[in-house]
Design a protein around this ligand. Sequence first.
Ligand SMILES: [Zn+2]
Ligand SMILES: [Zn+2]
Length: 170
Amino acid sequence: MMINLSKLIKREIKVLDLNFSEKIDNISYCGKNYRLTSLVGVNGQITNIDGQLYLDCNIKFSVLDSCSRCLKEVEVNIEDDVKAFIVEDEDCVLEDEDTIVCNGDELDFKNIIENTFILNVPERITCDENCKGLCNSCGANLNEEKCNCHNDEEFTDPRFSKLKDFFKND
Ligand SMILES: [Zn+2]
Ligand SMILES: [Zn+2]
């Protein structure tokens, strides 16, 4: 997904409108493979401001992740505004400014989308704030069924029952 910047660099145009939807199947991050459930929508522009290229756009898409408690798949919406100067090589990276390095007169938008994902993906998601998760012993999904395990440790842990007796006798 390369954006050609040559017209902007040569100042044949001042503004390059970005208005497209792009299909990406997966994004890999931290050993996990996230499947996208929507196209990646990009809206904004790159402007040549006195010889400096400036990107200002909105990026929006959804991915599937799994609930950290019950492992059910949940759709997560990712959206962010990306504002950064585009420079031709690492040496030109501006201090105190967000910069993106382009490859000659080509800008690799896939990198920008992947970075947007990394910066915005929640660390842990839950399908519902009241998700009961999976039973520690039998793995049953406690949102859907009641299992026969004694989940209430107060009753199964012998140390607790002794304590209970203690209070009873007191
Ligand atoms: Zn859940
Ligand atoms: Zn169980």
